[in-house]
Ligand binder design. Structure first.
Ligand code: ATP
Ligand code: MG
Length: 326
Protein backbone atom coordinates (compact mmCIF):
# COMPACT_ATOMS: atom_id res chain seq x y z
CA UNK A 1 0.00 0.00 0.00
CA UNK A 2 1.39 3.36 -1.04
CA UNK A 3 0.56 6.17 1.35
CA UNK A 4 1.48 9.85 1.15
CA UNK A 5 1.43 12.52 3.81
CA UNK A 6 1.01 16.00 2.36
CA UNK A 7 0.04 19.39 3.72
CA UNK A 8 1.20 22.88 4.37
CA UNK A 9 4.71 23.53 5.69
CA UNK A 10 4.92 22.88 9.42
CA UNK A 11 1.52 21.16 9.62
CA UNK A 12 3.03 17.94 10.94
CA UNK A 13 3.61 15.81 7.82
CA UNK A 14 6.94 14.47 9.03
CA UNK A 15 5.71 13.90 12.57
CA UNK A 16 2.63 11.98 11.45
CA UNK A 17 4.55 10.06 8.74
CA UNK A 18 7.08 8.95 11.32
CA UNK A 19 4.42 7.96 13.87
CA UNK A 20 2.56 6.02 11.19
CA UNK A 21 5.77 4.25 10.14
CA UNK A 22 6.43 3.34 13.78
CA UNK A 23 2.87 2.12 14.20
CA UNK A 24 3.15 -0.15 11.16
CA UNK A 25 6.58 -1.40 12.14
CA UNK A 26 5.38 -2.20 15.65
CA UNK A 27 2.79 -4.53 14.12
CA UNK A 28 5.51 -6.33 12.22
CA UNK A 29 4.50 -5.03 8.78
CA UNK A 30 7.23 -4.47 6.18
CA UNK A 31 7.66 -0.73 5.60
CA UNK A 32 9.65 1.49 3.31
CA UNK A 33 9.71 5.08 4.54
CA UNK A 34 10.50 7.72 1.94
CA UNK A 35 11.48 11.30 2.64
CA UNK A 36 10.42 13.21 -0.48
CA UNK A 37 10.06 16.57 1.17
CA UNK A 38 12.22 19.59 0.49
CA UNK A 39 12.95 19.77 4.19
CA UNK A 40 14.52 16.45 5.02
CA UNK A 41 13.50 15.58 8.54
CA UNK A 42 12.06 12.09 8.38
CA UNK A 43 15.32 10.40 9.38
CA UNK A 44 15.52 12.50 12.52
CA UNK A 45 11.84 11.87 13.28
CA UNK A 46 12.59 8.16 13.08
CA UNK A 47 15.29 8.63 15.67
CA UNK A 48 18.49 9.01 13.65
CA UNK A 49 21.00 11.42 15.06
CA UNK A 50 22.47 14.21 12.96
CA UNK A 51 25.46 12.20 11.80
CA UNK A 52 23.35 9.20 10.83
CA UNK A 53 20.82 11.38 9.00
CA UNK A 54 23.56 13.21 7.12
CA UNK A 55 25.05 9.88 6.02
CA UNK A 56 21.85 8.72 4.30
CA UNK A 57 22.44 8.24 0.58
CA UNK A 58 20.43 10.64 -1.60
CA UNK A 59 18.32 9.00 -4.31
CA UNK A 60 18.96 12.03 -6.49
CA UNK A 61 22.64 11.09 -6.61
CA UNK A 62 21.90 7.59 -7.87
CA UNK A 63 19.61 8.44 -10.74
CA UNK A 64 21.63 6.63 -13.38
CA UNK A 65 21.83 3.48 -11.29
CA UNK A 66 18.08 3.60 -10.60
CA UNK A 67 17.25 4.16 -14.27
CA UNK A 68 19.58 1.46 -15.54
CA UNK A 69 18.19 -1.06 -13.09
CA UNK A 70 14.54 -0.23 -13.79
CA UNK A 71 14.78 -0.13 -17.56
CA UNK A 72 16.31 -3.62 -17.55
CA UNK A 73 16.00 -4.99 -21.07
CA UNK A 74 13.07 -2.81 -22.08
CA UNK A 75 13.83 -2.16 -25.77
CA UNK A 76 11.80 1.05 -25.76
CA UNK A 77 14.17 2.72 -23.29
CA UNK A 78 17.57 2.72 -24.91
CA UNK A 79 19.59 4.56 -22.27
CA UNK A 80 19.41 6.07 -18.82
CA UNK A 81 19.61 9.53 -20.40
CA UNK A 82 16.48 8.83 -22.40
CA UNK A 83 14.57 7.85 -19.28
CA UNK A 84 12.74 10.71 -17.60
CA UNK A 85 10.97 10.65 -14.26
CA UNK A 86 7.64 9.72 -15.85
CA UNK A 87 8.91 7.03 -18.25
CA UNK A 88 6.55 4.10 -17.64
CA UNK A 89 7.66 0.50 -17.32
CA UNK A 90 7.04 -1.91 -20.19
CA UNK A 91 8.01 -5.36 -21.32
CA UNK A 92 11.55 -6.02 -20.10
CA UNK A 93 11.48 -3.39 -17.33
CA UNK A 94 12.42 -4.44 -13.82
CA UNK A 95 9.89 -3.90 -11.08
CA UNK A 96 10.43 -3.19 -7.39
CA UNK A 97 8.87 -5.10 -4.53
CA UNK A 98 8.65 -3.98 -0.93
CA UNK A 99 10.10 -7.24 0.38
CA UNK A 100 13.22 -7.96 -1.64
CA UNK A 101 16.83 -7.03 -2.00
CA UNK A 102 17.75 -5.14 -5.16
CA UNK A 103 20.48 -2.74 -6.32
CA UNK A 104 18.19 0.28 -5.86
CA UNK A 105 17.64 -0.46 -2.18
CA UNK A 106 21.29 -1.37 -1.78
CA UNK A 107 22.33 2.04 -3.08
CA UNK A 108 19.52 4.18 -1.72
CA UNK A 109 17.87 2.57 1.30
CA UNK A 110 19.16 2.24 4.85
CA UNK A 111 17.70 0.16 7.66
CA UNK A 112 16.37 2.03 10.66
CA UNK A 113 15.67 0.02 13.80
CA UNK A 114 12.48 1.01 15.61
CA UNK A 115 10.67 -0.48 18.58
CA UNK A 116 9.23 -3.68 17.21
CA UNK A 117 10.87 -3.80 13.81
CA UNK A 118 13.26 -2.45 11.25
CA UNK A 119 12.13 -0.30 8.33
CA UNK A 120 13.91 0.82 5.19
CA UNK A 121 14.43 4.54 4.82
CA UNK A 122 15.02 6.26 1.50
CA UNK A 123 15.59 9.97 1.06
CA UNK A 124 15.51 12.14 -2.06
CA UNK A 125 18.37 14.20 -0.71
CA UNK A 126 18.53 17.78 0.45
CA UNK A 127 18.08 20.50 -2.10
CA UNK A 128 21.05 22.73 -2.54
CA UNK A 129 20.59 26.32 -3.56
CA UNK A 130 21.78 25.63 -7.09
CA UNK A 131 19.17 22.88 -7.52
CA UNK A 132 16.21 25.14 -6.98
CA UNK A 133 14.46 26.08 -10.16
CA UNK A 134 16.52 23.82 -12.39
CA UNK A 135 16.21 20.29 -13.68
CA UNK A 136 17.89 18.61 -10.71
CA UNK A 137 15.15 19.86 -8.46
CA UNK A 138 12.65 17.81 -10.38
CA UNK A 139 14.90 14.84 -10.82
CA UNK A 140 15.30 14.43 -7.09
CA UNK A 141 11.64 13.86 -6.36
CA UNK A 142 11.62 12.29 -9.81
CA UNK A 143 13.61 9.39 -8.41
CA UNK A 144 10.75 8.65 -6.03
CA UNK A 145 8.18 8.91 -8.79
CA UNK A 146 10.18 6.53 -10.95
CA UNK A 147 10.37 3.99 -8.14
CA UNK A 148 6.63 4.29 -7.45
CA UNK A 149 5.90 3.76 -11.15
CA UNK A 150 7.85 0.51 -11.04
CA UNK A 151 6.63 -0.71 -7.68
CA UNK A 152 4.36 -3.71 -7.32
CA UNK A 153 3.27 -3.71 -3.70
CA UNK A 154 0.80 -6.07 -2.13
CA UNK A 155 -1.54 -6.04 0.82
CA UNK A 156 0.00 -5.61 4.28
CA UNK A 157 3.21 -4.06 3.01
CA UNK A 158 3.67 -0.34 3.02
CA UNK A 159 5.47 2.51 1.37
CA UNK A 160 4.99 5.71 3.35
CA UNK A 161 6.03 8.95 1.68
CA UNK A 162 6.54 12.25 3.48
CA UNK A 163 6.11 14.96 0.86
CA UNK A 164 5.04 18.52 0.24
CA UNK A 165 1.73 19.47 -1.31
CA UNK A 166 3.54 21.64 -3.83
CA UNK A 167 2.85 22.18 -7.50
CA UNK A 168 5.80 19.97 -8.41
CA UNK A 169 3.91 16.82 -7.51
CA UNK A 170 0.88 17.97 -9.53
CA UNK A 171 2.86 18.63 -12.70
CA UNK A 172 4.60 15.29 -12.60
CA UNK A 173 1.73 13.04 -11.63
CA UNK A 174 3.31 12.03 -8.33
CA UNK A 175 0.08 12.86 -6.51
CA UNK A 176 -1.76 10.08 -8.39
CA UNK A 177 0.65 7.36 -7.27
CA UNK A 178 -0.87 6.57 -3.88
CA UNK A 179 -3.57 4.27 -2.58
CA UNK A 180 -4.25 6.85 0.09
CA UNK A 181 -3.19 10.45 0.59
CA UNK A 182 -3.37 11.92 4.06
CA UNK A 183 -3.57 15.67 4.04
CA UNK A 184 -2.33 16.96 7.37
CA UNK A 185 -4.11 20.16 8.33
CA UNK A 186 -3.97 22.33 11.37
CA UNK A 187 -7.28 23.97 12.20
CA UNK A 188 -6.37 27.21 10.42
CA UNK A 189 -7.50 28.91 7.21
CA UNK A 190 -4.14 28.25 5.59
CA UNK A 191 -4.26 24.61 6.55
CA UNK A 192 -7.60 24.05 4.89
CA UNK A 193 -6.76 26.15 1.84
CA UNK A 194 -4.03 23.64 0.97
CA UNK A 195 -6.69 20.96 1.34
CA UNK A 196 -8.97 22.71 -1.16
CA UNK A 197 -6.21 23.06 -3.72
CA UNK A 198 -5.24 19.42 -3.34
CA UNK A 199 -8.83 18.27 -3.53
CA UNK A 200 -9.27 20.09 -6.81
CA UNK A 201 -6.32 18.33 -8.43
CA UNK A 202 -7.26 15.03 -6.87
CA UNK A 203 -10.86 15.02 -8.06
CA UNK A 204 -10.13 14.51 -11.75
CA UNK A 205 -7.81 11.59 -11.06
CA UNK A 206 -9.79 9.67 -8.49
CA UNK A 207 -7.19 10.26 -5.80
CA UNK A 208 -8.29 9.00 -2.37
CA UNK A 209 -7.77 11.92 -0.02
CA UNK A 210 -8.45 12.13 3.70
CA UNK A 211 -7.74 14.96 6.09
CA UNK A 212 -5.88 14.34 9.32
CA UNK A 213 -6.39 17.24 11.67
CA UNK A 214 -3.24 17.96 13.66
CA UNK A 215 -2.58 20.04 16.77
CA UNK A 216 -6.32 20.00 17.40
CA UNK A 217 -6.93 21.36 20.87
CA UNK A 218 -10.62 21.35 21.63
CA UNK A 219 -14.18 21.32 20.37
CA UNK A 220 -13.78 24.61 18.51
CA UNK A 221 -10.82 23.30 16.53
CA UNK A 222 -12.72 20.16 15.70
CA UNK A 223 -15.84 22.07 14.73
CA UNK A 224 -13.80 24.33 12.45
CA UNK A 225 -12.24 21.39 10.60
CA UNK A 226 -15.59 19.59 10.29
CA UNK A 227 -17.19 22.70 8.84
CA UNK A 228 -14.33 23.25 6.37
CA UNK A 229 -13.60 19.75 5.11
CA UNK A 230 -16.77 17.81 5.94
CA UNK A 231 -16.64 14.06 5.50
CA UNK A 232 -13.06 14.18 4.28
CA UNK A 233 -12.00 14.64 7.91
CA UNK A 234 -10.83 11.19 8.96
CA UNK A 235 -9.39 11.76 12.38
CA UNK A 236 -7.67 14.36 14.52
CA UNK A 237 -4.49 14.31 16.55
CA UNK A 238 -3.93 16.52 19.55
CA UNK A 239 -0.76 17.80 21.08
CA UNK A 240 1.51 14.89 21.91
CA UNK A 241 3.89 14.89 24.84
CA UNK A 242 5.49 11.79 23.31
CA UNK A 243 6.37 13.83 20.21
CA UNK A 244 7.68 16.63 22.41
CA UNK A 245 9.92 14.25 24.30
CA UNK A 246 11.24 12.87 21.04
CA UNK A 247 11.98 16.38 19.83
CA UNK A 248 14.11 16.82 22.93
CA UNK A 249 16.13 13.83 21.88
CA UNK A 250 14.64 11.60 24.57
CA UNK A 251 12.35 9.29 22.68
CA UNK A 252 10.22 7.21 25.01
CA UNK A 253 9.39 3.68 23.92
CA UNK A 254 6.76 3.74 21.21
CA UNK A 255 4.30 1.83 23.37
CA UNK A 256 4.23 4.91 25.60
CA UNK A 257 2.48 6.95 22.90
CA UNK A 258 -0.82 8.42 24.11
CA UNK A 259 -3.74 6.01 23.62
CA UNK A 260 -5.78 8.56 21.68
CA UNK A 261 -2.94 9.12 19.23
CA UNK A 262 -2.38 5.40 18.85
CA UNK A 263 -6.08 5.00 18.05
CA UNK A 264 -5.75 7.77 15.45
CA UNK A 265 -2.84 5.93 13.82
CA UNK A 266 -4.89 2.76 13.71
CA UNK A 267 -7.67 4.68 11.93
CA UNK A 268 -5.16 5.78 9.34
CA UNK A 269 -4.12 2.21 8.80
CA UNK A 270 -7.70 1.00 8.51
CA UNK A 271 -8.50 3.74 5.99
CA UNK A 272 -5.40 2.92 3.94
CA UNK A 273 -5.99 -0.83 4.06
CA UNK A 274 -9.57 -0.36 2.91
CA UNK A 275 -8.26 1.01 -0.38
CA UNK A 276 -6.77 -2.32 -1.36
CA UNK A 277 -9.99 -3.61 -2.87
CA UNK A 278 -10.42 -0.38 -4.83
CA UNK A 279 -7.10 -0.78 -6.60
CA UNK A 280 -7.19 -0.53 -10.35
CA UNK A 281 -3.82 -1.26 -11.91
CA UNK A 282 -5.08 -0.50 -15.37
CA UNK A 283 -6.10 2.99 -14.39
CA UNK A 284 -2.87 3.36 -12.46
CA UNK A 285 -0.89 2.51 -15.57
CA UNK A 286 -3.04 4.73 -17.78
CA UNK A 287 -2.41 7.67 -15.47
CA UNK A 288 1.35 7.25 -15.58
CA UNK A 289 1.19 7.16 -19.36
CA UNK A 290 -0.96 10.29 -19.33
CA UNK A 291 1.57 12.21 -17.25
CA UNK A 292 4.46 10.82 -19.25
CA UNK A 293 3.01 12.11 -22.51
CA UNK A 294 2.33 15.46 -20.89
CA UNK A 295 5.88 15.76 -19.56
CA UNK A 296 7.32 14.52 -22.84
CA UNK A 297 5.54 17.22 -24.73
CA UNK A 298 6.18 20.05 -22.32
CA UNK A 299 9.93 19.48 -21.79
CA UNK A 300 11.07 15.85 -22.12
CA UNK A 301 11.17 15.57 -25.91
CA UNK A 302 13.13 18.79 -26.21
CA UNK A 303 15.51 17.79 -23.43
CA UNK A 304 16.27 14.31 -24.76
CA UNK A 305 15.98 15.10 -28.47
CA UNK A 306 13.67 12.12 -29.04
CA UNK A 307 9.96 11.46 -29.13
CA UNK A 308 9.39 9.99 -25.69
CA UNK A 309 5.89 8.83 -26.62
CA UNK A 310 7.64 5.80 -28.16
CA UNK A 311 8.59 4.67 -24.66
CA UNK A 312 4.99 3.75 -23.94
CA UNK A 313 4.40 0.01 -24.22
CA UNK A 314 0.73 -0.12 -25.21
CA UNK A 315 0.21 -3.70 -24.05
CA UNK A 316 1.76 -3.32 -20.62
CA UNK A 317 -0.23 -3.10 -17.41
CA UNK A 318 1.58 -2.84 -14.10
CA UNK A 319 0.20 -5.40 -11.70
CA UNK A 320 1.37 -6.96 -8.47
CA UNK A 321 1.13 -10.35 -10.18
CA UNK A 322 3.54 -9.37 -12.96
CA UNK A 323 6.57 -11.61 -12.68
CA UNK A 324 10.18 -10.72 -13.23
CA UNK A 325 11.41 -10.72 -16.83
CA UNK A 326 13.34 -13.84 -17.72
N1 ATP B 1 0.72 16.35 17.38
C1 ATP B 1 1.83 17.01 17.71
N2 ATP B 1 2.19 17.16 19.00
C2 ATP B 1 3.28 17.85 19.34
N3 ATP B 1 4.11 18.44 18.47
C3 ATP B 1 3.82 18.33 17.17
C4 ATP B 1 2.68 17.60 16.71
N4 ATP B 1 2.65 17.64 15.35
C5 ATP B 1 3.72 18.35 14.99
N5 ATP B 1 4.42 18.78 16.07
C6 ATP B 1 5.64 19.61 16.04
O1 ATP B 1 5.43 20.66 15.12
C7 ATP B 1 6.61 20.91 14.38
C8 ATP B 1 6.33 20.77 12.88
O2 ATP B 1 6.01 19.44 12.62
P1 ATP B 1 6.61 18.66 11.36
O3 ATP B 1 8.06 18.91 11.23
O4 ATP B 1 6.15 17.27 11.45
O5 ATP B 1 5.82 19.42 10.20
P2 ATP B 1 6.05 19.31 8.62
O6 ATP B 1 4.72 19.49 8.01
O7 ATP B 1 6.78 18.06 8.29
O8 ATP B 1 6.97 20.56 8.37
P3 ATP B 1 7.86 20.91 7.08
O9 ATP B 1 6.89 21.49 6.11
O10 ATP B 1 8.83 21.89 7.62
O11 ATP B 1 8.46 19.63 6.62
C9 ATP B 1 7.65 19.96 14.89
O12 ATP B 1 8.44 20.59 15.85
C10 ATP B 1 6.83 18.85 15.52
O13 ATP B 1 7.52 18.19 16.55
MG1 MG C 1 8.54 17.78 7.19
Amino acid sequence: MKIAFVGKGGSGKTTLSSLFVRHLAASGAPVIAVDADINQHLGAALGLDETEAAALPAMGRHLTLIKDYLRGTNPRITSAEAMIKTTPPGEGSRLLRVREENPVYEACARPVALDGGTVRLMVTGPFTESDLGVACYHSKTGAVEMCLNHLVDGRDEYVVVDMTAGSDSFASGMFTRFDMTFLVAEPTRKGVSVYRQYKEYARDFGVALKVVGNKVQGPEDLEFLRAEVGDDLLVTVGHSDWVRAMEKGRPPRFDQLEAANRAALESLRTAADARYEARDWERYTRQMVHFHLRNAESWGNARTGTDLAHQVDPGFVLDERVSEPA
